[in-house]
Design a protein around this ligand. Structure first.
Ligand SMILES: CC(C)(COP(=O)(O)OP(=O)(O)OC[C@H]1O[C@@H](n2cnc3c(N)ncnc32)[C@H](O[C@H]2O[C@H](COP(=O)(O)OP(=O)(O)OP(=O)(O)O)[C@@H](O)[C@H]2O)[C@@H]1O)[C@@H](O)C(=O)NCCC(=O)NCCS
Ligand SMILES: Nc1ncnc2[nH]cnc12
Length: 275
């Protein structure tokens, strides 16, 4: 049976993101960036493997009629853990979309819920779905801490979870309005939006790879400089971006978290006819 529009837009968002180029340090059709273990084909395989997961999230969101939206998130979580396994099977063990399984799964479920409850706002629904998530997940030390957990202990940064619990203000207040006003080709619009996100996000992937939280301010300044030069529609901007990509690859830096935030921004833009 053909996937519905919401699920189609989720898979399309994954493919639009990986196709956007040239992204500093990230995988695109011409350069795997700082990800020696993957390429654009790994991302295509990963994206298609996640369609059944997004169908699940959409059906769960559409059918949910409880009063506590945390129960909707708790329905999605076990299926999200299974989706990670399905992704790893499709990519032969490479982590392409772990963060996107988390963030885009939440957006798909919330968007399907809002279609049945049009008086509600998708960002407010996500805040209700993810209320208390950081404390629930990170409040107690675990035996095998992940990158996100280590950063919470060391810097008090909640990473992807904190973004979800806040209802993704970086998407609601910054990325989506920016994309809606952007001009140029789709590639130029998405490249500028990725860099706009990078001016604000605290990307746990970048911190993990740099081994220090001070990299965040440096990366935010580089992204702002790109936009100040004129962004993707300017020769100066694109020349700067080419140099930044060389620096990112030399240092093994990656904006994996910003890429995930762009994916969810693209999903909403597709849902709202902005793209
Ligand atoms: C809740 C989880 C996300 C917990 O995962 P973790 O404890 O690891 O939390 P974080 O590190 O905070 O985030 C995990 C991924 O989220 C992306 N991310 C990072 N910062 C942000 C941010 N500020 N906002 C949003 N998203 C963010 C990022 O994912 C991308 O980067 C990965 C690729 O980078 P790379 O360095 O290559 O990663 P590795 O392969 O691991 O390292 P190398 O070996 O290559 O060096 C890729 O994942 C991108 O997607 C962070 O990595 C979640 O995983 C969890 O608990 N899941 C369970 C199921 C679930 O909750 N499902 C939700 C259903 S609705
Ligand atoms: N294009 C990309 N390259 C590397 N990591 C990513 N995570 C999500 N999209 C990505």
């Amino acid at each position: 049976m053909a996937a519905s529009t919401i699920t189609q837009n989720a898979v399309k968002a994954l493919l639009y993101e990986v196709t956007t180029c040239p992204k500093p340090g990230l995988v695109d059709p011409v350069d795997p960036g700082s990800h020696k273990d993957m390429d654009v084909f790994t991302f295509i395989d990963s994206s298609l493997s996640l369609e059944p997961y997004f169908t699940f999230c959409e059906q769960a969101g559409s059918a949910f009629n409880g009063s506590d939206l945390r129960e909707l998130f708790e329905k999605l979580r076990p299926r999200g853990i299974q989706a990670e396994k399905e992704m790893l099977a499709a990519t032969h063990g490479i982590n392409t979309h772990k963060g996107a399984i988390f963030s885009l799964g939440i957006f798909v479920g919330a968007e399907a819920y809002v279609q049945k409850h049009p008086d509600q706002d998708v960002f407010a629904v996500i805040r209700q779905m993810c209320r208390g998530l950081v404390k629930h997940d990170l409040g107690k030390a675990s035996a095998a801490p992940t990158a996100g957990e280590k950063q919470y202990r060391k810097y008090g940064l909640g990473g992807a979870r904190a973004m979800a619990e806040a209802g993704y203000p970086i998407i609601e207040d910054v990325a989506l309005p920016f994309l809606a006003k952007s001009t140029g080709t789709t590639n130029q619009r998405l490249l500028d939006t990725l860099m706009k996100i990078a001016t604000q996000a605290a990307d746990s992937t970048l911190i993990k790879r740099a081994g220090s939280v001070t990299v965040v301010k440096w990366a935010q300044e580089q992204a702002q400089h790109f936009l100040d030069l004129g962004g993707a529609k300017s020769q100066a901007g694109m020349a700067f971006l080419a140099e930044l990509n060389v620096t990112f690859k030399e240092k093994n830096y990656s904006l994996g978290g910003c890429a995930d935030l762009l994916i969810s921004t693209i999903f909403l833009a597709l849902e709202r006819g902005i793209l």
